[in-house]
Design a protein around this ligand. Structure first.
Ligand code: GDD
Ligand code: MN
Length: 403
């Protein structure tokens, strides 16, 4: 049985249509389903309108006193659900309920553990033309999550989706304690799952009612990211990565100053030695310390090391270019070399931390047996039938998530 929770706050204008369409979409799966509306005492009587349909379709309403937030509403709904598959659907019709049929299919017939309706991928997108401000803030929010939770989000293109389903099994022993809006982030961070499928869809413009997302929700989002990063151990890897970067900065500045000032090399030549040395330093410490690849030095085939190294160099190339340019520029302006170099290294490092974390993590994790398999619905990805094991972040979460 599939249980879908619809969190509502003042959705009187769309609630009946969304319930009818969701029920219709789930009927096509030819298995039992229930819809659970979790309403936070909407003054517009959303709850009554939902209850009025109870004679036609399997719907229940859970009423909560006062507005308590989207994500907790979902958890409350799941806690009274009877299905072996749990899901969420926003009630404002921005997520077409018809996609539920495909989501259910991904779990039942393709053996996925999580299925997400995604705004990206072939055929996905947004119906509205977003202003560049809105696009930038949406990108920043997503990028921030990808940096703070690089392992959790490595295989997911729309981790903020308001429509997904997950097997109850995957949530066994998991304590979901989300705040704010992003229930899916919490599920991806803590659930035990192996295969994930994303089904592209077009996010509709909101034609009825209004969005409830405000500043409060944005701040809660940041706090939520922080808590997940800590509880999944990803904050620790990130801090190690930053610490290693700091040692690289010291190597860079010291070698450059030594070669240029003590050995009187031209600054350009000295840079050409100092930067690669710093990169090598970072590479090896990240290998042994940040990511602690189980087969540390020696055990890994040489080709594997080289491949990682080349990839690492490529990913870091922009940071390197920024570092070298700023150092040369400041040196040319007469700034003392150690200072010029420190500025260059800081710029390059900041660039790396802000833009490269997801791809660096991916390059490390993908070569290990930890990664999930994921695919687009309809892409015919043969990886779907996976024999891999749960990712490390999930195994960590099994310990209660407290680290
Ligand atoms: N029970 C309850 N309590 N429901 C709430 C609350 C609350 O405090 N706040 C919002 N909701 C309900 C709304 O009534 C709606 O059904 C759903 O949660 C989504 O709220 P919107 O305000 O429409 O959110 P959005 O469209 O800006 O963003 C949604 O879609 C995005 C894209 O998939 C959310 O689901 C985002 O998390 C998601 O990223
Ligand atoms: Mn909405």
């Amino acid at each position: 049985m599939i249980s879908i929770v619809l969190p509502t706050y003042n959705e009187a204008r769309s609630i009946q249509e969304v319930l009818r369409r969701a029920s219709e979409a789930l009927r096509k799966t030819e298995e039992g389903h229930e819809l659970i509306v979790v309403d936070d005492s909407s003054p517009d009587r959303t709850a009554e309108l939902a209850e009025a349909l109870a004679s036609e379709i399997p719907v229940r309403v859970l009423r909560r006193p006062g507005r308590q937030g989207l994500a907790t509403a979902v958890v409350a709904g799941w806690s009274i659900a009877k299905g072996d598959v749990l899901g969420v659907l926003d009630a404002d019709l921005q997520h077409p309920p018809e996609v539920l049929t495909q989501l259910a299919d991904a779990l039942r017939n393709r053996n996925a553990d999580v299925a997400i309706a995604a705004r990206s991928g072939p055929g996905g997108g947004s119906a509205e033309d977003w202003s560049w401000m809105r696009r930038l803030s949406s990108w920043t929010a997503r990028h921030l999550a990808a940096c703070v939770l690089p392992r959790t989000l490595a295989d997911v293109s729309d981790p903020m989706s308001g429509m997904f389903i997950v097997r109850v099994q995957s949530l066994e022993g998991v304590r979901l304690e989300p705040t704010g809006y992003k229930i899916l982030l919490e599920v991806l961070g803590k659930a035990h799952y192996r295969d994930l499928v994303e089904v592209p869809y077009i996010f509709q413009a909101r034609s009825l009612g209004s969005s409830k997302l405000g500043l409060r929700e944005s701040l809660q989002y940041l706090a939520h990211l922080g808590r997940l990063a800590r509880s999944t151990g990803q904050l620790r890897s990130w801090m190690r990565y930053a610490a290693v970067g700091f040692t690289g900065a010291v190597v860079n500045v010291a070698v450059l100053t030594f070669l240029a000032e003590r050995q009187a090399w031209p600054v350009g030549w000295a840079l050409a030695v100092a930067i690669p040395l710093a990169l090598l330093n970072n590479f090896f410490w990240n290998w042994l310390f940040t990511f602690r690849t189980p087969q540390a030095l020696g055990a890994e085939p040489r080709a594997g090391v080289l491949r990682r190294l080349v990839h690492y160099g490529k990913v870091c190339a922009t940071g390197v270019a920024l570092n070298a340019s700023l150092t040369l520029l400041l040196d040319w302006q007469g700034v003392p070399l150690p200072l010029a170099s420190a500025a260059g290294v800081t710029l390059g490092g900041a660039w790396n931390l802000f833009f490269n974390v997801p791809s660096i993590w991916r390059s490390w994790d993908s070569a290990s047996p930890h990664s999930h398999s994921s695919s687009w619905e309809g892409s015919g990805n043969p990886e779907l039938v996976s024999t891999g094991q749960a990712s490390s972040s999930h195994r960590k979460a099994e310990g209660g998530g407290g680290r």
